[in-house]
Write a protein that binds this ligand. Structure first.
Ligand code: NDP
Length: 326
């Protein structure tokens, strides 16, 4: 038997409850993992609350991230006792996920746990930190260097934003953080933001082109915010678009692209090939001292995850929530 959060359909939509399940109910897969830690991402909060159409099959165990130890494996790369990490691949959306004491899934989706981190630290990073790393790598690919100028991070107090600030700062970039939470100024500055701007200055319709300011940006917010960030991006700059906290829409014009040669780089963490994942995690191991993760992270139990999903969607969670399972 194992404990899990289970989301099931009800007459009124869906409901998430903490359940004790028989292992026979685990889905097919060639690796069984004893989950040590998971985490609560924005997508997990959407799945648990039913506020976004994240769950594709019911009943579903949410949790797009997990870190744990292999218990049984018929996959050639993994043996019992191996430490592993999983991010994405549709886990927690169409295959039972990490907010449970056990998971059974395809070994092709796993990576060995990076030597730099323990299970809790991997989940402190989770999809949010790994997505921030992918976003920074995208800016690097577009030739944005610390010498290029200021980099804007939107959704700054959230998981992706917190890691984007930390990583950019460690790489020597000048980082400006856009936030709706002025009370988090000390926190954001401690991560490495040199300046803060009020997110309301970006969240309403703006002009197609604005004064050129940003050499690059990591945008976790979408909608008008992303349109305004593009409009203020300097000639030849690049913006990594990874989120939709304000909205899925992009009410922008092509002016920044055709008049300033701005690049909009799309970031998807879910289906990234294995080599890119390994490279992103290698860079995370290089750039994030394990002790820096504690400042960004709060730990909760599985029994608190359902309530915290509402808090996260209400924008009241700072940084990252790790869920411990042992
Ligand atoms: P969090 O909830 O931790 O952070 C989101 C942040 O966005 C909030 O902390 C808040 O920052 C800001 N925000 C919230 N609501 C609004 C709003 N209405 N207008 C403007 N800003 C807002 O989420 P994550 O950091 O985990 O994820 C951020 C986004 O990235 C999500 O949309 C998520 O779905 C997406 N994502 C995408 C991935 C991919 O593969 N592309 C992977 C991971 C996440 P503040 O209070 O500082 O303003």
């Amino acid at each position: 038997m194992f404990k899990a959060i289970l989301i099931d359909k009800t007459d009124n939509g869906q409901q998430a409850t903490l359940e004790t399940l028989d292992e026979a109910r685990l889905p097919d897969g060639d690796v069984t993992v004893r989950v040590e830690c998971s985490t609560l991402n924005y997508k997990d909060a959407l799945a648990i609350t039913g506020k976004g159409s994240v769950v594709r099959e019911f009943p579903m165990v949410p949790g797009i991230d997990l870190a744990g130890t292999v218990e049984a494996s018929s996959h050639p790369d993994y043996r019992p006792g191996d430490a592993v990490v999983l991010n994405g691949w549709g886990v927690g959306e169409k295959h039972w996920g990490g907010l449970a004491e056990k998971a059974r899934l395809s070994g092709d989706w796993l990576i060995p746990r990076p030597a730099a981190f323990n299970a809790r630290q991997c989940m402190a990073i989770g999809t949010a930190g790994y997505t921030a790393m992918l976003s920074v790598m995208a800016l690097e690919r577009q030739g944005v260097t610390p010498e290029s100028g200021e980099i804007l991070v939107t959704g700054a107090s959230g998981g992706v934003g917190s890691y984007a600030i930390t990583l950019l700062n460690r790489l020597g970039y000048a980082v400006v953080a856009s936030t709706g939470r002025p009370e988090e100024a000390d926190y954001l500055k401690s991560l490495g933001a040199q300046e803060l701007i009020d997110r309301r200055t970006l969240s309403d319709p703006g002009r197609p082109l604005a004064r050129e300011r940003w050499a690059g940006a990591v945008d976790a917010v979408g909608s008008y915010t992303l349109a305004n960030v593009l409009a203020a991006t300097r000639y030849g700059g690049a913006v990594a678009a990874c989120g939709l906290a304000q909205g899925m829409d992009l009410p922008a014009t092509v002016a920044p692209f055709i008049l300033r040669g701005v690049t909009l780089a799309g970031i998807d963490s879910v289906m990234q090939p294995r080599e890119v994942r390994l490279e992103a995690w290698r860079r995370l191991g290089e750039l994030l001292p394990a002790e820096s993760l504690d400042a960004i992270t709060r730990t909760i139990g599985l029994d608190e995850a359902i309530a915290q999903a509402d808090e996260l969607l209400a924008g009241r969670v700072r940084g990252r929530l790790v869920v411990t399972l042992d």
